[in-house]
Design a protein. Structure first.
Length: 349
């Protein structure tokens, strides 16, 4: 190799080394993100990955993320909150209902009849009420509190048409408020994280599960169920809240400019967008069920009206439980109802 070629090789190698060194120098913080669903789940593809990418770009590579799906850092889904609180994981996406009683204010959005099946509207209402909800999150830094489109009933075998059909059924519930509702319907609640639902359905441990259609996609529920049921006009049996949160020490380790980047790409900045994403994926899950030959039905308005009394009893139980821990439950309930109804009206115009 003559001297010119050697110089060219050396120059190229030096430039490559400089580029790698510059990238390494720019990357000042790397944070882990842990969650309980698969990498193909909407939660990772629609929320976690785009959020992480937006912050990596806005920070010019100073912040980087490593995503660990399907509990690959260890533990079980109910442990995710303690993992982010204690620093086992820097960031988690989880269900507050997996740690019953830890988020008593946030539970208001899960109650039947409060969420009106539009995730955008409820997400925006949550953001408006975050200061009131703040005591639920004193040990962590919330990035986004959001909901999905709402829970339908998915049956391994059989179906329901009226309130009386619920008697004696075993139904998977995502939270304690969901369990209260199932009890009021005359069925037996079975609490479990959603990844356990496919096996529970296939073994007959439960007759049905309360989940949205979108989560049925990564879980493959269309192949394990025969029927899915909504109430009239697509109304749902309550919803679940989700928590995307960061460890406080990890957040506080950032300089103010990087904290600002995190904040500018979280909370109110993405609440409506994420609500729309969850709304839009729901019909995909419904079509997946139909393509599998499953029955997807809506109850009649008359049958739906039968649920008013058990739903009201569930809400009242939450009011009483929340009051015990010093929450002005009636005021919070009223605010949640009013804001969700108003955002729903605005978004439908």
């Amino acid at each position: 190799m003559n001297i010119l070629k050697r110089l060219a090789v050396w120059a190229n190698a030096s430039l490559a080394a400089f580029a790698l060194s510059t990238a390494a120098d720019a990357q000042e913080f790397t944070f882990s993100i842990h969650h309980f669903l698969s990498p193909q789940a909407p939660a990772q593809q629609m929320l976690i990955e785009p959020w992480a990418q937006s912050i990596e770009e806005a920070s010019n590579g100073r912040i980087a993320f490593e995503i660990f799906p399907a509990m690959s850092l260890g533990g079980s889904p109910p442990e995710l909150y303690s993992q982010v609180r204690d620093g086992v994981a820097d960031i988690v996406w989880t269900v507050p209902g997996y740690t019953p009683g830890t988020f008593p204010r946030t539970e208001v959005f899960e109650l039947p009849g409060i969420h009106l099946s539009d995730a955008r509207a409820t997400n925006l209402a949550i953001q408006d009420l975050m200061e009131i909800l703040r005591p639920d999150y004193v040990d962590i830094h919330p990035l986004l509190v959001h909901v999905h489109a709402g829970n339908a009933l998915h049956f391994g075998d059989g179906t329901v048409n009226t309130l009386a059909d619920f008697q004696g059924l075993k139904i998977r519930s995502p939270s304690r408020t969901g369990a209260w509702m199932v009890e009021e319907l005359g069925a037996e609640p079975v609490g479990m994280p959603v990844p356990a639902l496919p096996q529970a359905l296939s073994r007959g441990t439960v007759d049905a599960g309360l989940v949205p259609f979108e989560v049925a996609i990564p879980l493959g529920l269309a192949d394990l169920t025969s029927a899915s049921v909504e109430m009239a006009d697509g109304a749902r049996f309550g919803t679940a809240t989700f928590l995307f949160a960061m460890n406080l020490d990890a957040y506080n380790s950032l300089p103010e400019d990087l904290q600002q980047i995190i904040d500018d790409h979280s909370g109110a900045a993405i609440a409506a967008e994420m609500g729309e994403a969850w709304n839009n994926i729901e019909p995909v899950g419904i079509q997946r069920a139909l393509d599998a030959g499953n029955e997807v039905t809506q109850m009649t308005p008359e049958a739906t009206a039968e649920f008013n009394a058990p739903f009201d009893a569930t809400v009242q139980r939450w009011v009483e439980e929340a009051a015990i821990v010093g929450i002005d439950a009636e005021a919070l309930l009223g605010s949640a109802r009013t804001m969700i109804a108003e955002y729903t009206r605005q978004l439908q115009q």
